[in-house]
Ligand binder design. Structure first.
Ligand code: ATP
Length: 309
């Protein structure tokens, strides 16, 4: 690792990987670990909780390549909501510790309210900066308390939507419904509520959609008869739609951070995803080669340049 990374300025240097859900942020963070000695701090507000590993799409242990991950499944969901303010203080302590060991802290995840809470020079826990109408002027802090190198992994919305639809099918094949059936609590008082009226892990996309299914057809899971099959397909359709809407909101928030002056460096991963979608990535140039050329190599250059400044 480049020893100069932390030395030259008072503020700790932090790499921040942003982007919509499914855009490849986790993969990039692991790829960067081949070039820098780093540790990862998860900034996905659902992945901080213990449980629902498939549903929230936590990076599986075998794909972490031995890279240390913080705040990934560390929080007990029984202890109530883990708020942006909690994230600000917990992640700041972790960053200070990582930097004291001369490693690079890399913040990775799609929850922009967590990222803003952590990085903002001034933070008011009572204000959701993304809720304010654009006409009221930006409440986004343009002054940051770290020396940040921002990498934004972007994929064109139509291509990412196709990929996410397929990803939900893969998650279902990997046991998502059984995981949700085990999580289902028939005594919970929010079973009828949508995601915005729930707390903590119960907000995760997949939980409200399948709670509706399990209320009608309690576990164990069987979807062989035609009526059940219709309700099952409706839950899956809603998950796919809500996942695509999540991406749209995330990209909207990223645009607002950029407008507020955050120096986000955009890496376009669209061609990688196109290649991966065509014939499962088997045809033409391999997706992994495109990813390396169009995302990993430019990212390494950006981080190196920042580390030298
Ligand atoms: P908001 O201000 O809307 O809470 P945010 O930036 O704080 O936005 P997001 O990461 O956009 O947080 O998450 C918003 C919602 O999207 C969550 O409450 C949850 O319903 C869903 N969501 C986000 N990440 C995941 C995930 N990994 N798995 C399942 N659902 C998720």
């Amino acid at each position: 690792m480049d020893a100069g990374f932390h030395r030259c300025r008072r503020k700790d240097k932090v790499v921040v990987i942003m982007g919509g859900t499914g855009a490849g942020k986790s993969r990039l963070s692991i790829d960067l670990a081949h070039h820098f000695s780093l540790e990862i701090i998860n900034s996905d507000k659902m992945q901080v909780y213990r449980g629902l590993d498939i549903t929230t799409n936590k990076i599986p242990f075998h794909e972490r390549n031995g890279v240390v991950h913080h705040l990934l499944g560390d929080i007990d969901p029984e202890n109530g909501e883990f708020t942006p303010a909690d994230f600000r203080s917990r992640a700041a302590a972790i960053i200070a510790d990582i930097a004291s060991r001369s490693k690079v802290p890399v913040v990775v995840g799609g929850s922009n309210s967590f990222v803003h809470a952590l990085l903002a020079g001034e933070f008011d826990p009572e204000v959701n900066v993304f809720d304010a109408p654009p006409s009221s002027g930006s409440l986004i802090s343009s002054e940051l308390r770290y020396d940040c190198c921002f990498l934004w992994v972007d994929v064109s919305f139509s291509v990412l939507s196709d990929y996410l639809t397929k990803r939900v099918d893969d998650m279902l094949d990997s046991g998502m419904v059984d995981e949700l059936a085990e999580f289902f609590n028939p005594d919970s008082d929010d079973l009828e509520a949508g995601s915005s009226d729930r707390t903590g892990l119960r907000k995760a996309i997949g939980v409200p959609e399948f709670d509706r299914y399990f209320m009608k057809y309690p576990p164990p899971v069987r979807c062989s008869d035609p009526v059940r099959k219709g309700a099952y397909e409706e839950a899956v359709r809603a998950i796919k739609e809500n996942t695509c809407q999540l991406v749209e909101r995330q990209i909207g928030k990223i645009s607002r951070l950029r407008e507020a002056g955050w120096d986000l460096r955009r890496l376009d991963a669209t061609e990688t995803f196109r290649a991966a979608l065509v014939a499962g990535g088997g045809g033409g140039e391999r997706w992994s080669e495109i990813w390396e050329r169009e995302v990993v190599e430019p990212s390494v250059k950006i981080v190196k340049r920042r580390s030298e400044s």
